[in-house]
Design a binder for this molecule. Structure first.
Ligand code: FES
Ligand code: FES
Length: 160
């Protein structure tokens, strides 16, 4: 067995000291060591987007990231979103029926929390382009696009 290395992992604002083998994926450490099972793992090849989390506020695939790379970085997972009530995008996903089985949903939420923060006025083509990085087997994508547009409109209203 490869020797473990102590790392300091900041997740959702909380610092965790964990001993990990250098080969361990961030997705596995989040789920198995920290119990943050909201991050889902689908393909483990960087294709499906189910494992999307934020690293320093930017979306990233946790299945393509080694946990030891996270020293000095801030990781945000789905567990941090909507802690004080649903976020505007979560609320819009609920209203527009943007999820069915929910397997893809945490990754989609993380992707669009960051996207909507940086793009207050997206058009449908842009949304579909971003959404192409997250696979969903259930919804046909249309309700998710509708939810992004609705959340963006609400956020613009709130900012006025
Ligand atoms: S599990 Fe990471 S992209 Fe599919
Ligand atoms: S809701 Fe089932 S995979 Fe997207």
């Amino acid at each position: 067995m490869t020797e473990r290395q102590m790392i300091s992992l900041t997740v959702n604002g909380q610092v965790h000291e964990v001993a990990v083998e250098p080969r361990r994926l961030l997705s596995d450490v989040l789920r198995d060591d920290l119990g943050l099972t909201g991050t889902h793992v689908g393909c483990e090849h960087g294709v499906c987007g189910a494992c999307t989390i934020l690293i320093d506020d930017q979306p990233a695939r946790s299945c393509l990231t080694y946990a030891v790379q996270m020293e000095g970085h801030e990781v945000t997972t789905i567990e941090a979103i909507g802690r004080d009530g649903l976020s505007p995008f979560q609320q819009a996903m609920h209203e527009e029926h943007g999820l069915q089985c929910g397997f893809c949903t945490p990754g989609i939420i993380m992707t669009f929390e960051a996207y909507l923060r940086d793009n207050p006025n997206p058009d449908e083509a842009e949304i579909r382009d971003v959404l192409s990085g997250n696979l969903c087997r259930c919804t046909g994508y249309q309700p998710i696009v509708a939810a992004v547009l609705k959340a963006a409109a609400r956020q613009r209203e709130e900012r006025q």
